[in-house]
Design a binder for this molecule. Structure first.
Ligand SMILES: C[S@@+](CC[C@H](N)C(=O)[O-])C[C@H]1O[C@@H](n2cnc3c(N)ncnc32)[C@H](O)[C@@H]1O
Length: 162
């Protein structure tokens, strides 16, 4: 079956209801064997494809839906549980996020949808959105009572559309 959905940095697939969904190409740049990081708390990162979201090994116009939930923490201990679960922002990470967004748009079909997730724990969404070539269509702009996570939707333009 040709997969219709790509998650370009799936981590341990925490937000997926079906972690074995055969319609999803699960990608990440790391593999973490099943690890008990806290008594009875486990993590495993086991992508279908190990790759870098700045250089995805897929053809242009391949997927209907892309999911982009990159690391959002620059300051976290290298061996911390946060880094284990979410990865870390390293080096020129702003350029990395721009390249990741552009790759998501490249592998999406025209009119395909990108869902972007960002947690404003260390960097505000307003700063991150300046890194992308498009504005989101909609998303949860209001953040209430400690929930710092945004979910935003973008759509790839039709060919020839500005
Ligand atoms: C916030 S976590 C994703 C969490 C995931 N959505 C979940 O539900 O569990 C970010 C993931 O991005 C991965 N990552 C970081 N840089 C990457 C890159 N350049 N290419 C691919 N994956 C990357 C990390 O390994 C980490 O698993």
């Amino acid at each position: 079956m040709r997969k219709r959905i790509i998650d370009v940095c799936c981590g341990s697939k925490m937000f997926w209801f079906d972690k074995d969904n055969a319609d999803v190409e699960f990608c990440d740049n790391r593999v973490v064997p099943l690890t008990e990081y806290y008594p009875k708390r486990f993590i495993e990162v086991s992508p279908d494809t190990v790759c870098d979201f700045t250089d995805l090994p897929f053809d242009d116009n391949s997927f209907y839906l892309a999911v982009f939930d990159p690391p959002h923490l620059q300051w976290a201990g290298d061996t911390s549980i946060m880094a284990l679960k979410y990865g870390k922002l390293k080096g020129d990470w702003r350029a990395m996020l721009t390249a990741g967004f552009n790759e998501c748009m490249r592998v999406l079909r025209p009119n395909g949808v990108l869902i972007f997730k960002w947690s404003e724990i260390q960097f505000p969404l307003s700063e991150i959105l300046t890194l992308f070539s498009q504005k989101p269509l909609f998303g949860n702009r209001m953040i209430k009572r400690g929930n710092k996570t945004h979910w935003l939707a973008f759509m790839k333009a039709e060919v020839g559309e500005g």
